[in-house]
Design a protein around this ligand. Structure first.
Ligand code: EPZ
Length: 421
């Protein structure tokens, strides 16, 4: 439950990135000695991933944000449907299992709220490296038994679409392949760069991460390392929008401004003041914002994971704005919920037209996916009266200690036992 109207002020510490932690946890499967990670956020998806790895034989020890993973004795090379259906990122065990053990059986991830989200490019890339893959009974069955030394072979592979976890899966697979792999049209997201840095510490030979051509020279084995996971730029962006919308002044700690250029640009266009130094960003605003047009695209363009949050900003900004979603085919689930709060939004294909209104009125709304639920929190922070958000398990997937962090900034946010239990 959120009671709107409080300006946010103070400091908030940003956690490690969910979308870096999940793939890097899976990278532990490649190592013959323990991998020691820090800045791992306490999120449901992290717990799910660690449980999946433990089911395979990984020994995990967790202590606050520190997780050590020992994959020296893997007995199962399978990711079962019941795990994958709750978390699509489980697909990230496919590349490592195949590369290190020559065999993997991973359930096809179903679709999800925001789109069908196929994994065809993950599969095509592994096939380009020689893997034999077929789909049966909803599982991806992959093997390299027929290949020389039963190992994946380095290949040149052009990815038809920019895919973040596709790039990560193939980078992990190529790290232990025989020969050199070149991934073209690779994703440039900071989380891809963070994984490459971790893999190189483990003994991989990867160059070009962060550009659209990544070259991976295969090695015979990888060992553990020590790695601190990059900060969560999407969590940071969410708090920055909250500061701008509520008309406060918030200083984010443990964050790198150079990961958020497109978001900072848009906040400045909206009229907020954004300043930064090496590991902090400060956002200041009087709460009177101008509507800004948004068009999502792969990094370094405006991130799709910040689209819903800026939609919330536009609902109460002055003017009309267009929000265009080019990455996922169904990422406007938050629109009808915002309309319940009084927002004036019309959808035309993959573009939403938002007309700023003077105020939103609190209501009961329903979270549908992770970033949509974050946008409803933002709307609730400025709506008049109380907003109750149901199904907030979506929030717990991607935001560590959300109500504590917002409460510390002066918001009135609390977790209640909803009518739906
Ligand atoms: C990652 O998902 C993130 N998740 C998503 O964050 C993020 O929204 C997305 O990248 C885009 O930035 C993780 O990193 C765990 P894609 P991913 O493969 O890798 C299509 C969040 O809120 N595609 O880059 O699954 C796909 O359907 C989550 O934290 C294929 O067609 O996204 C989509 O339209 C949500 N075939 C587009 O490409 C493929 O084989 C981009 O998807 C792969 C992808």
């Amino acid at each position: 439950m959120i009671t709107g109207g409080n300006r946010l002020n103070g400091e908030v510490t940003i956690s490690g990135a969910k979308n870096a932690a999940l793939p890097i946890l899976c990278a532990a499967l490649l190592a013959e000695t323990p991998l020691h990670l820090s800045s791992i956020p306490a999120l449901k998806d992290v717990v799910s991933t660690i449980k999946l790895l433990e089911q395979m034989g990984v020994k995990a020890t967790c202590n606050a944000d520190k997780v050590s993973l020992d994959a020296s004795e893997i007995h199962t090379k399978e990711a079962p449907y019941e795990m994958v259906k709750t978390m699509r990122a489980s697909i990230l065990v496919l590349g490592p299992l195949l590369a290190r053990f020559g065999h993997a059986r991973v359930s096809l991830p179903g679709g999800c709220a925001i789109g069908s989200r196929p994994v065809d490019l993950h599969i095509k890339g592994l096939q380009a490296m020689g893997a034999e893959i077929h789909i049966e009974h909803g599982y991806i069955e992959a093997t390299t038994a027929h290949l020389p030394n039963k190992r994946l072979q380095g290949a040149r592979y052009y990815m038809d679409l920019v895919t973040v976890t596709g790039t990560e899966n193939l980078m992990m697979a190529a790290a232990l392949a025989q020969g050199t792999t070149v991934l073209e049209n690779a994703a440039k997201e900071p989380e891809v760069v963070d994984m490459a840095e971790c893999l190189n510490k483990m003994g991989a030979k990867i160059t070009g991460a962060g550009t659209d051509i990544i070259t991976i020279e295969g090695v015979d084995r990888l060992s553990g390392a020590v790695h601190n996971v990059v900060c969560d730029r999407i969590e940071a962006g969410t708090y920055m929008v909250a500061a701008a919308m509520t008309g406060g002044e918030v200083k984010l700690l443990n964050v790198r401004a150079n990961l958020l250029d497109a978001v900072i640009e848009k906040l400045r266009d909206a009229g907020a003041t954004v300043t930064s130094d090496t590991d902090t960003i400060t956002v200041k605003s009087d709460g009177k914002l101008k509507a800004v047009n948004i068009r999502t695209a792969p990094h370094p363009a405006f991130p799709t994971d910040m689209q819903a949050q800026f939609m919330a900003l536009n609902t109460i900004a002055t003017g009309v704005s267009k929000v265009t979603e080019t990455i996922f085919e169904n990422r406007f689930m938050h629109v009808q919920e915002m309309q319940r709060l009084g927002a004036d939004i019309g959808i035309d294909g993959n573009t939403a037209l938002v007309k700023g209104v003077a105020y939103l009125d609190g209501a009961t709304v329903m979270a549908t996916d992770l970033r949509a639920s974050a946008s409803l929190v933002l709307a609730g922070l400025v709506a008049r009266g109380d907003t109750v958000i149901e199904r907030i398990y979506h929030l717990d997937r991607g935001y560590e200690n959300l109500e504590e962090k917002f409460t510390k900034l002066g918001a009135s946010v609390k977790r209640i036992k909803g009518l739906t239990g």
